[in-house]
Design a protein. Structure first.
Length: 221
């Protein structure tokens, strides 16, 4: 298969698997999405979705959030990990949103990445899921699958994002990044990976990845 044919196969297969794409993080507006994505760093979506209702019960707007102290925020979000940094970030960005953006979440990389604890990936997720702006946020699942499929060299998420944007049509980016995440979680995990269930990698995967998979299978028998 040519690379173009592989890309078309991935798009077609993912559409068949995920015609309706659930959003992993529970939220009600751009602000609650921003907070949820920030909390998801080095945590699981399941854990974040358990904690955000407790936080948003106390404060679900910047106006309400700044009435809490950093320590109060930290006490609520502690189970998601990195709570000192995340609590300071939530408190700080809430102040900045009120001071510079009339309490509204901005929709550009530049303005979002100026906010405390908001990096490129967080900004991209908010732009895509809150505002429908085409981006291609790369998480560990996308980084892993893009390498296994032979679409990127796996050296950095920055390069993976560039490769994804170069290969896939722009109008597909927002759907694809979520579809790949769900597919990676379900069929192409980092551990306990079953190639027989992973039809995409089985068909188009990088030869070195497939050889290593079969070698490990022989050793473990």
């Amino acid at each position: 298969m040519t690379k173009k044919e592989k890309v078309e196969f991935v798009i077609k297969t993912l559409k068949e698997y995920y015609p309706e794409i659930p959003i992993p993080l529970d939220h009600s507006d751009p602000y609650t999405l921003l907070i949820a994505v920030l909390l998801s760093a080095q945590s699981t979506d399941v854990r974040v979705n358990q904690i955000t209702p407790l936080l948003f019960e106390k404060a679900k707007t910047p106006q309400e959030m700044i009435k809490l102290s950093v320590e109060e925020i930290r006490a609520i979000i502690r189970p998601v990990g990195l709570s000192p940094m995340k609590a300071k970030g939530i408190y700080g960005l809430s102040h900045i949103l009120l001071e510079k953006h009339d309490g509204k979440v901005p929709s550009s990389y530049e303005e979002l990445e100026e906010l405390p604890a908001v990096g490129h990936k967080t900004a991209a997720v908010v732009m895509a899921q809150a505002f429908g702006i085409p981006t291609f946020p790369v998480d560990t699942h996308i980084h892993r699958l893009m390498y296994r499929w032979g679409f990127s060299n796996g050296k950095s998420v920055v390069q993976t994002e560039r490769d994804a944007k170069r290969l896939f049509p722009k109008e597909c980016w927002n759907d694809l990044h979520l579809q790949i995440i769900w597919y990676g979680r379900e069929f192409c995990q980092a551990r306990g990976w079953d190639l027989d269930k992973d039809i995409i990698t089985k068909k188009i995967g990088r030869k070195t990845v497939l050889d290593l998979y079969h070698k490990k299978r022989r050793v473990n028998r």
